[in-house]
Unconditional design. Structure first.
Length: 344
């Protein structure tokens, strides 16, 4: 099982500048490359300081000039916010800028907050249908001289200009339900899954759905599957508890963004009270400590060995957490020093 880093610029107050966040992101990616991580992933989000990445291709192209080995992936671009020609061309140019190291992750998106602002009236179903239309269109545009007449986009014969360096640029689909797994496998795409904070039973269920999709399409070469999970390595019980409490706050805020009911000012969500957090017991610190991969190295190794045994090809450390850059870096360094050697 290979390892990757899933990382965004994030902040909960204007005390830290965006420029500093950009530098911090670069430092974490360079640290991951030196450790031999497979990929660094950055997703697309709009209008929120909770996750800052209006166009991940910009960050990835910059990182391409600062790195030499680590692959650089969109985790993910939001399909309904793109035109197929624009997505094909920008992905291809980023592949050139990164010397053939781009992985293109595509998702339907999740936040109604973003749908309302970039595509009013859009819902998750409509976003998913757009994702299903854009993926094969992008592949055909890379081949060139492709005309499209679909439900959401139509255009005359067009060629992606430029074309990617990679002959078969990897495409990854964010999948959760069985239909998404089936679509990804049927179209020769790799699969990204995350149980969020649902625990190891969901990790197993997601693998079962992937296996079922592979079995339904035996003619398609088996794609890869990546598991994305919040993962923090501590130096003792008190730090483990600190991480659990921080991730509890993170998921309560994540849930509030998802519900789209709280006021947002200058990109910051209205602060949650203790009562607000207590109203989300599924994200209580003790639940988070049990369901996420948080703990001392031996415990983290035990959990990850179980995921490797399930058949996951790549494990991505989700480092977004609301924690300081120093705490993120410390956890990542502990992972590299004490956990990574167990998977050499």
């Amino acid at each position: 099982m290979k390892f990757s880093l899933f990382v965004h610029m994030e902040r909960s107050s204007p005390d830290v500048s965006h420029s500093q966040l950009f530098s911090d992101l670069e430092e974490l990616v360079l640290l991951s490359e030196r450790a031999g991580f497979e990929t660094a992933w950055i997703g697309e989000h709009h209008g929120m300081e909770f996750t800052i990445a209006p166009n991940p291709f910009v960050q990835l192209a910059y990182l391409g000039a600062k790195t030499s080995k680590i692959r650089l992936g969109t985790g993910n671009v939001v399909a309904p916010f793109w035109h197929p020609i624009k997505l094909a061309g920008e992905a291809a140019l980023t592949d050139i800028a990164t010397a053939g190291r781009l992985d293109l992750g595509i998702a339907r998106g999740a936040y109604v907050f973003e749908y309302e602002r970039l595509s009013p009236g859009l819902d998750a179903w409509g976003a998913g249908q757009r994702m299903r239309e854009i993926v094969p269109a992008v592949k055909r545009l890379w081949e060139g001289d492709y005309a499209h007449n679909g439900e959401f986009w139509s255009f005359p014969k067009t060629t992606s200009s430029p074309k990617p360096v990679q002959k078969n640029l990897p495409i990854w689909i964010a999948a959760r339900d069985p239909n998404s797994h089936d679509f990804a496998v049927a179209n020769g795409c790799n699969v990204q899954v995350t149980p969020l904070a649902s625990g190891d039973q969901e990790v197993s269920t997601l693998m079962e759905r992937f296996r079922a999709a592979c079995a339904a399409h035996p003619q398609v070469p088996k794609p890869k599957i990546m598991l994305l999970q919040h993962t923090f390595v501590s130096d003792g019980p008190s730090e483990t508890q600190e991480y659990a409490e921080a991730l509890s706050r993170f998921y309560c805020e994540f849930g509030s963004w998802f519900q789209n009911k709280r006021n947002v000012s200058q990109g910051f969500l209205e602060p949650l009270s203790t009562a607000d957090r207590e109203a989300m017991p599924q994200f209580a610190p003790d639940v988070i400590a049990r369901n996420l991969v948080i703990g001392e190295p031996t415990e983290v190794i035990r959990r990850l060995k179980a995921y490797e045994a399930l058949g996951y090809d790549q494990y991505s450390l989700w480092i977004d957490s609301g924690l300081s850059h120093q705490k993120k870096r410390k956890s990542l360094e502990l992972f590299i020093e004490h956990v990574l050697p167990a998977f050499a």
